[in-house]
Design a protein around this ligand. Sequence first.
Ligand code: ATR
Length: 273
Amino acid sequence: MSKTFAVIGDPINHSLSPNIHSAAFRELDLDCAYIGYRIPKGELEEGIQGLKKIKISGFNITIPHKIEMMKYVDKMDESCSLIGAINTVTNNDGVLKGYNTDMDGFLEPFKKKELKIKDSKILLLGAGGAARAIVAGFAKEKASSITIANRTIENANNLSEFAKKIGLKANAIKIEQVSDSAKDYDIIVNATSVGLKNESSPISLEGIREKTIVYDIVYMPMNTDFIKKAKDNKATIIFGYEMLLGQATRAFEIWHGVEAPYNVMKKALLGGF
Ligand code: ATR
């Protein structure tokens, strides 16, 4: 019997997920469909009832429902309780189980490119939901320390406390305080939303060491000003689309139990730009 999958959120019309998953279905000859379904804020409960009614096999969750979704699953993978949000759900005969693939998706490009995290000094810009999953990833991979730089210092402090609780040496600063200290880090990650609207880089990358790993989680546009500045300074780049692809392949493997066709999914994703 054919299976249906979905991504829910608002807005949803620009989502690249239907293209990415549909390409994988074609490649592996799976009798499946993947749709974008707009559920406005405040209508999540009814939206999920609708999805259950059509016997949805699984779905992804994006802004603004990732945290609220925790209320509506029957079971949760430990990734959800750690990160405090759900972005992937399986439906087995009406029993919903939640997963969070942000952490694995974030780590995937490091694995693919054999880039080392262990014992590295990290600078993380941002302290929102995505940043929390990233902190969990760096703790798992045993980074040496993390500095969390954010516009609102309270949020940076809270995330720094979380980092310490899960075994990472951490401190918090305001983003303006980074200035030329960016050169002291092995890995610099932008987990703010700055760049989505073509804004200039949230920090200067002048003078960073060659081969510093610079990772932007903003994937649209692909070449943010932050990425351009990193290239000018001869950094090793990880693009936001690589994290997106890491999340999509992980979700695919949770749902279908077979290895995701990475290259086909990458081609479909890049075709969307
Ligand atoms: P996400 O789920 O993508 O992480 P979020 O939880 O809303 O989204 O977090 C957005 C992040 O981008 C936050 O760190 C936010 O900083 P604040 O904690 O100060 O709100 C950061 N951010 C958003 N707009 C920004 C801007 N114009 N300048 C600097 N940081 C910004």
